[in-house]
Ligand binder design. Structure first.
Ligand SMILES: [Zn+2]
Length: 439
């Protein structure tokens, strides 16, 4: 039943292949791919008579398509100015300032009302990529006679998973609430990243940016002017990308998040950022649907993607109309089971009332407890970016019969082992350092 619904959805979501910008990911082979096929392969691993190597390369291709969201036609054409839906979106954006806030929220609920019937990616967190990786491990382990296989653990010092807190600053009200948020965070020993809009929305005094940096926080770029048109055409995007790059250089920022999570990953290469945070794991509650179906960072060219893996505060409060931590806790528990990246967007604009700032305080309390009790690495996005880049350069080497790690920051890395236990892939992480060349 689920498979049939997925088949129907993926068929209607898939668009014609179209050429990509230079250096960007291509849609090659994506027409031969559907989420239904990969779910079928995962449910019945032996359904194909392919050679193991062919199956591994098919899984590799599936992961690539999922990460780049090429299974859904939401990159270029759906935000083409000539598209009907896009016209509605543009009109909405032009008229938006005229609508009362309550009416705006009502319109958004109407626009997103079908979200709970979308079968793929899976709400509230999708692990299709991790499930494919399990299958890859299973095949490797079986071909290794069932003996455990080593790899470099995901996070430094053998920590169990990772958490980043980020804040998109939407208005002058939000900007002015940042200091209060930082103080709340400081009480819990937590620092965060603030995504700032450089033009039109509000003044950005240097003193404000310096205050964020002085508080141990990170400054990122949040589009150019947040007018909803960043991806309206390639020409517009490329022109704005240059300006955004210039702001990033002058602010010393290395991270980007797109306004409203609008994105076209084929154009990402025009940015000079080290990392991006504009791809949701599952995007049912965002105007641009899709999702990368993973809770792990991944590279798009040389830019690291740190996916958004939990529901945004705005969607939680105003679309789902919940005022509790329940959904966030559920998502965190699911991500921790997969040792993944827990990433939050909490807007300073939406947590400045008593009830919402109390809720944010409770979330900080919960995160601090995860760090203290469960070895969750609480980090700035730029620290996760630096780690993931170092990890990419590390190598496993065998010395005197033991596995060790060589490369940058290898003293923080740990050797882990994958093995099969009652048919499931499980990991074991070495507790001590294993740096190559150190006796
Ligand atoms: Zn925004």
């Amino acid at each position: 039943m689920l498979l049939e619904r997925v088949r129907a959805t993926s068929k209607s979501q898939r668009g014609p292949a179209e050429p990509r910008a230079n250096g960007g990911p291509s849609r090659r082979n994506s027409s031969a791919f559907s989420p239904a096929k990969i779910l079928e392969a995962l449910e019945r691993p032996s359904y194909t008579a392919c050679e193991p190597v062919q199956r591994l390369s098919a899984f590799d291709e599936a992961i690539r398509i999922l990460r780049l969201e090429q299974y859904v036609d939401n990159t270029t054409s759906s935000i083409d100015p000539s598209a009907r839906q896009s016209l509605v979106r543009q009109i909405y954006y032009w008229l938006r300032p005229l609508f009362p806030v309550a009416f705006r929220k009502y319109l958004q609920r109407i626009a997103l009302r079908d979200w709970s019937s979308i079968p793929f990616p899976k709400w509230p967190v999708d692990f299709t990529t991790e499930r494919i990786m399990d299958e890859v491990w299973r095949q490797l382990l079986e071909s290794n006679g069932g003996e455990a296989l080593p790899f470099i653990w995901f996070w430094p010092e053998g920590q169990s998973s990772c958490c980043i807190m980020t804040h998109d600053v939407e208005t002058a009200t939000g900007r002015d609430f940042c200091k209060t948020m930082m103080e709340m965070e400081r009480r819990h020993g937590i620092t965060s990243a603030f995504e700032v809009v450089p033009e039109e929305r509000y003044e950005v005094p240097e003193m404000y940016l310096q205050e964020l940096r002085d508080g141990g926080c990170e400054v990122c770029l949040h589009g150019l002017n947040h007018d909803g048109h960043l991806f309206s055409s390639e020409a517009v995007f490329l022109e704005r990308a240059q300006k955004i790059n210039a702001y990033a250089r002058s602010w010393g920022a290395v991270g980007f998040r797109s306004p409203v999570m609008y994105r076209n990953l084929a154009w990402l290469h025009a940015f000079q950022f080290s990392y991006d945070m504009s791809v949701p794991n599952v995007a049912h509650l965002d105007p641009q649907r899709g999702g990368c179906c993973t809770v792990m960072p991944y590279f798009i060219g040389d830019i690291l993607e740190l996916p958004l893996t939990t529901t945004q505060d705005y969607s939680l409060f105003h679309i789902l109309q919940q005022r509790s931590l329940d959904l966030w806790k559920q998502q965190v528990a699911m991500i921790r089971e997969r040792y993944g990246l827990i990433s939050f967007i909490v807007h300073p604009d939406y947590v400045n009332e008593k009830w919402s700032s109390d809720l944010y305080d409770a979330l900080l309390d919960y995160i601090a407890e995860l760090r203290a009790q469960h070895g969750v690495w609480m980090a700035l996005p730029k620290e996760v970016d630096a780690w993931w880049r170092a990890r990419r350069e590390m190598r496993l080497v065998q010395e005197h019969g033991d596995w060790r790690i060589s490369g940058p920051r290898s003293e923080q890395a740990r050797v882990a082992y994958a093995s099969l236990k009652e048919g499931r892939v499980v990991y074991r992480v070495e507790s001590s350092k294993a740096v190559a060349g150190v006796v």
